[in-house]
Design a protein around this ligand. Structure first.
Ligand SMILES: [Zn+2]
Length: 131
């Protein structure tokens, strides 16, 4: 449906390689807070495994947790929430509703009317800029 080119998921470069304006700065990686403002402002975050639309860019916010955070999914039906009692904690795991890939966790301390904070692993996301 959208016209875009899937970018390969690359590991972050060491701090001393390349310029800060390299191609990496345009990709949706988990970045230091001061760099997150450089990410594309409009578009959709997709499941990195199957391309399912998950989060709109305008729901992304900087929670200072070091992971991309979103106030809510594009549509609630696009994600699946599962009780996660691993590591001695009780959390809610977020999975892609289409392919069941692990995306991250959701917490109830986020901004906005729903108070949700979807803390998502940047490596599980692709980004499709708005055309
Ligand atoms: Zn998926």
């Amino acid at each position: 449906m959208s016209v875009w080119t899937r970018k390969p998921i690359l590991p972050p470069k060491p701090k001393n390689s390349g310029s800060p304006n390299s191609a990496l700065s345009a990709t949706p990686f988990c970045v230091r807070p001061e760099r997150s403002a450089r990410l594309p402002a409009d578009g959709t975050y997709l499941c990195g495994a199957c391309g399912h639309e998950l989060f709109m860019a305008d729901s992304k916010f900087d929670s200072h947790c070091g992971w991309p955070s979103f106030t809510h999914p594009e549509e609630q039906k696009n994600v699946r929430l599962i009780d996660d009692r691993s590591l001695g904690m009780t959390r809610t795991e977020v999975r892609c509703a289409r392919c069941d890939s692990h995306l991250g966790h959701v917490f109830d301390d986020g901004p906005g009317p729903r108070n949700t904070r979807y803390c998502i692993n940047s490596l599980s996301l692709d980004f499709a800029p708005k055309q």
